[in-house]
Design a protein around this ligand. Structure first.
Ligand SMILES: Nc1ncnc2c1ncn2[C@@H]1O[C@H](COP(=O)(O)OP(=O)(O)OP(=O)(O)O)[C@@H](O)[C@H]1O
Length: 603
C-alpha cells in the first residue's frame, strides 16, 4: 500500500524504524567516505538522473554581474558571501543555539488525540498546473535534489521523510534559478519550499562582496517578507532549524518588539532577513539595512502582501530602495490564494517566471471537514457553547481540544473571551490592540493547551502553524472567501484532518455563493439552505471576486483569453521582464475589491 509523506513522518515520529531517528543517508552519498569535499556540492543529480550543475543557470548571462567564483563548502561551511559580517557564523558556530532543543525530543502531546486522521494520499493525486518557459521537472524525494549535507541533516531532524507536492515542484524550479509564483493549499509545506532553495543557494553560492555604504549597515542576501509578526517569528524559527550548522545566519525583524535588540542581531551578521514590511521600512530609513546584496526575495502570503494594505510598502521595499531589479535577483511568491488581479500586480516583481498551482488556486484542502450552520447573531454564543461542550465530552480525559474562534472585531474578541472564561472555558485572544508581548503570550498559552480556546481576528488567519488545532470556528464569517480559506487552514495541516464550523446568517448572504462553491470543490456537503442563498445571490447579481463566473480562478492569469497585454513583458526573455504597464500603486485596477479584508491588525 502506498504511503504518503505524512504517514512516513508519523511512522518516523512513532519510532517505526526501530527506535531513534532513522539514520537516513541520501542514496548518492551512500558508500562515500565522509568528506567535506566541496565539489560534491557542485553538481546535483537532475531529476532525470543526469547531473545538473547546481545553480548553473541561476545567475547565468544577464545575471552574471553577481556570478559566483566557485562553489564553496557544500557541507556547511562557506567561503564567501558573508557580506559585511565581521566574524560570521562559522567562527561563532559553537555559540549557535540548537533550534531543535534536544534532538531526540518529540512534540508535546497536547491534544494528541486530535488531528490524527492521516490522509496524505489525498495530496498525491492533487492536480498540478505549471506554466512558463522550460519548467524544470519535479522530484520525488529529497535525495533527488542535493541540498547539501548540512541541510539534509536538518531535513531529517525535522522528520521530513518525503517532499510534499508543492516542495516536489517548487524546489527544483527555484534551484534552477527561476522566479516563481506558487499557489498551494494551506498547511502543505510552502515554508520549506521557499526556505530550502534559499539556504542551499547561500550555502553553495559565492556572491560578489561589496563593501556596505555604512559600517553598521546589514546587507542580507535573502529577504523573506510576511504580513504578521507572529508569522515572521514562525518563519524565522523554521528557517533557523533548516539552516542549523549550515553557516547561514537568519535574523528576524518585526514591529512591536524593541528595535535595539533587532539592530544588535543585525550587526552580528545576517544572510537571511525575515521581516514584516513596516519594521523593515523603518530599518531601511534608518540606513541600518541595505538591500543591495539581495539575491533572493520571498513573499509569503504574497497575495496579502500585494493587496491594498501592504502594496505601497512592498513597492517601496522592492522597487524604491537599493534592491536589485527582477532578473538580477530571484523572486518567489507563495500563497494558498492568488486572485487574478493580484497575479497581474505581482508580475511587476517577477522576471520570466513559472506559475505553479498545486490544487486549484484558492481551494481548501478536503482534509478539513467544513460545516456551515445557520445561526442568528443573538444565538451565536449559546451555539458556540454547545459546540464546546460537545467537544469537551468527546475529548479524552475531559481535555479541551484546541479551538480557534475567528471574530470580526478586536472588541468582539475581548468580549467573547470574557464571556467564555466566565462560563468555564479558558480562553485568550490575539488581535491588533494587544501588545506584542500579550500576543506572544496568548499564542504560547494556546499552543501549550493552557488556554485551549483562542479568540482571534484575522491577524491569526494566515500562515500560523499551530499543531493540534482540532477545530476552527468562524463565529463571524469574513467578507472574503480567500480569508475564509486561510482561516480554516489553521486546522487540517500537514496531512492531518480537521474540522471547521461557520456560523452563517442573512448578514453573510454575500458569501453564500463563493462558500458553497468552495465547499463543493472540496467535496463537502453543502446544506440545501445555503444553496438557496447562493442561488439568490446569483440572481441578485452577487459577484464572485474570483471572476464573477462562478468558477474559481484555478490557473495562471497569463493563460486568460483576456491576457493580451504583451506576453513578452511577462515572459521577459531573459532578465528584463520588469513590467511597467500601468498596474502602478494606487490606480492599479483592483481598488475596492479588498476593502473588507484589510484590517488594522496587519503590520
Ligand atoms: N516534507 C514534509 N514532511 C513532513 N512535514 C512537513 C513537510 N514539509 C512541511 N511539513 C510540515 O507541515 C506543516 C505545514 O507547513 P507550512 O507551515 O510550511 O504550510 P504552508 O503551506 O505554508 O501553510 P499556510 O498556507 O497555512 O501558510 C508544518 O508543521 C511543517 O513542519
Amino acid at each position: 500500500m502506498p504511503t504518503s509523506w505524512a504517514d512516513s513522518v508519523e511512522n518516523a515520529a512513532a519510532g517505526g524504524t526501530g527506535g531513534g531517528r532513522p539514520a537516513y543517508v541520501p542514496p548518492h552519498l551512500r558508500n562515500r567516505p565522509p568528506s567535506s569535499d566541496s565539489s560534491a556540492a557542485a553538481v546535483q543529480s537532475g531529476p532525470s538522473g543526469g547531473n545538473v550543475p547546481l545553480g548553473g543557470n541561476r545567475w547565468s548571462a544577464p545575471r552574471n554581474e553577481f556570478s559566483r567564483s566557485g562553489y564553496g563548502g557544500g557541507g556547511g561551511g562557506r567561503s564567501g558571501g558573508w557580506n559585511n559580517r565581521i566574524g560570521g557564523w562559522d567562527r561563532g558556530r559553537e555559540r549557535e543555539a540548537n533550534p531543535f532543543g534536544n534532538d531526540d525530543e518529540v512534540e508535546p502531546d497536547v491534544g494528541e488525540q486530535q488531528n490524527t486522521g492521516i490522509n496524505f494520499d489525498a495530496y498525491e493525486d492533487i492536480p498540478v498546473e505549471t506554466s512558463g518557459d522550460n519548467v524544470p521537472p519535479p522530484v520525488n524525494t529529497f535525495a533527488d535534489i542535493d541540498l547539501g549535507d548540512a541541510l539534509n541533516k536538518n531535513i531529517q531532524r525535522c522528520k521530513y521523510v518525503k517532499p510534499t507536492p508543492v516542495q516536489r515542484h517548487a524546489i527544483p524550479i527555484s534551484l534552477a534559478g527561476r522566479d516563481l509564483m506558487a499557489c498551494a493549499q494551506t498547511g502543505s509545506g510552502k515554508t520549506a519550499a521557499f526556505c530550502f532553495p534559499i539556504i542551499s543557494g547561500i550555502m553553495t553560492g559565492q556572491f560578489a562582496q561589496r563593501a556596505p555604504r555604512m559600517p553598521r549597515m546589514a546587507c542580507p542576501l535573502a529577504l523573506i517578507l510576511s504580513p504578521t509578526r507572529e508569522l515572521s517569528c514562525q518563519i524565522h524559527e523554521e528557517a533557523r532549524k533548516f539552516s542549523y550548522q549550515t553557516g547561514v545566519k537568519v535574523v528576524v525583524a518585526y514591529g512591536g518588539a524593541p528595535i535595539n535588540q533587532q539592530l544588535r542581531e543585525l550587526e552580528r551578521g545576517v544572510d537571511i532577513l525575515v521581516a514584516t514590511p513596516g519594521r523593515l521600512v523603518d530599518l531601511l530609513e534608518r540606513a541600518r539595512v541595505s538591500l543591495q546584496m539581495i539575491r533572493y526575495l520571498a513573499l509569503d502570503e504574497a497575495d496579502r502582501m500585494l493587496d491594498m494594505g501592504f502594496e505601497p510598502q512592498i513597492r517601496k521595499i522592492v522597487q524604491q530602495m537599493d534592491m536589485p531589479p527582477p532578473g538580477m535577483r530571484q523572486t518567489m511568491l507563495f500563497s494558498a490564494t492568488f486572485p487574478k488581479e493580484i497575479q497581474r500586480l505581482a508580475s511587476d516583481f517577477l522576471a520570466n517566471y513559472i506559475f505553479l498551482a498545486v490544487g486549484r488556486v484558492g481551494s481548501s484542502t478536503d482534509l478539513i471537514m467544513q460545516r456551515v450552520e445557520y445561526v442568528q447573531e443573538s444565538d451565536k454564543r449559546s451555539h458556540l457553547m454547545d459546540l464546546l461542550h460537545a467537544q469537551r465530552a468527546n475529548g479524552t480525559h475531559g481535555k479541551q481540544a484546541l479551538t480557534l474562534v475567528f471574530v470580526e472585531t478586536k472588541k468582539g474578541a475581548d468580549s467573547l473571551e470574557y464571556w467564555l472564561c466566565s462560563n468555564g472555558f479558558p480562553a485568550t485572544t490575539i488581535h491588533g490592540d494587544r501588545s506584542q508581548m500579550e500576543r506572544e503570550q496568548a499564542l504560547r498559552s494556546f499552543k501549550s493547551g493552557h488556554t485551549p480556546i483562542l479568540v482571534a481576528t484575522d491577524v491569526a488567519a494566515r500562515g500560523l502553524d499551530i499543531p493540534h488545532v482540532a477545530h476552527v470556528v468562524n463565529f463571524d464569517l469574513p467578507n472574503d472567501i480567500d480569508d475564509y480559506v486561510h482561516r480554516i487552514g489553521r486546522t487540517g495541516r500537514a496531512g492531518k484532518s480537521g474540522l471547521a464550523t461557520a456560523f452563517f446568517n442573512e448578514n453573510n448572504s454575500n458569501m453564500a455563493r463563493s462558500l458553497s462553491e468552495l465547499m463543493q470543490e472540496a467535496n463537502q456537503e453543502v446544506p440545501a439552505w445555503l444553496t438557496r442563498f447562493a442561488a439568490r445571490a446569483v440572481y441578485s447579481g452577487g459577484k464572485n471576486r474570483r471572476g464573477g463566473g462562478g468558477r474559481f480562478g484555478g490557473r495562471d492569469f497569463r493563460r486568460d483569453p483576456t491576457y493580451n497585454r504583451g506576453g513578452a513583458d511577462y515572459y521577459g526573455g531573459g532578465g528584463g521582464g520588469n513590467m511597467s504597464s500601468g498596474y502602478g500603486a494606487p490606480s492599479g485596477g483592483y481598488g475596492g475589491a479588498y476593502g473588507s479584508g484589510v484590517t488594522s491588525a496587519w503590520d
